[in-house]
Write a protein that binds this ligand. Structure first.
Ligand code: CUA
Length: 143
């Protein structure tokens, strides 16, 4: 029967794509964006320093800014980035890195980035979120 064939094909493709994702995550050591639960929901942005080169930043996206603004870290720092939203869905992209997250109310997104080169890394909201969308930016300064 044609339906059965289509079903089997669909299952094979599903398995194939799942295997690709697992391979991307493990084999190539790419950070697949995850939605995590080991950080409690928060309503304020903050920077936490764990060691001279280890940071944790809790970003809060709101119409139309990010908190905290203009964070500074030393070159070579590894930064764990947590992101949530205080209102609507926002985007979060750090230029010059592969960090590209969504800020979703009630959920926390996560990415890890190591800043090997000094510079100003601009962060933009890439999800349309209202009249202030195009001005919704912040930055991480690496020196
Ligand atoms: Cu926030 Cu666009």
């Amino acid at each position: 029967r044609a339906e059965k064939g289509a079903f089997i094909t669909a299952v094979i493709f599903l398995g194939f794509f799942f295997a690709l994702i697992v391979y991307a995550a493990k084999g190539l050591n790419i950070d697949v964006p995850t939605c995590i639960t080991d950080v409690k929901p928060y309503t304020q942005g903050q920077v936490i320093q764990h060691a001279p080169d280890r940071y944790e930043i809790h970003y809060l996206a709101k119409m139309w800014y990010f908190e905290p603004a203009d964070v500074e870290v030393p070159v070579g720092s590894t930064v764990d980035i947590y992101l949530t939203s205080g209102d609507v869905v926002h985007g979060f992209q750090i230029d010059g890195t592969n960090v590209n997250l969504m800020a979703v109310p009630g959920a926390i997104s996560y990415a890890r980035v190591k800043f090997e080169k000094p510079g100003v890394y601009h962060i933009v909201c890439h999800e349309y979120c209202g009249i202030g969308h195009q001005d919704m930016t912040t930055k991480i300064v690496v020196k």
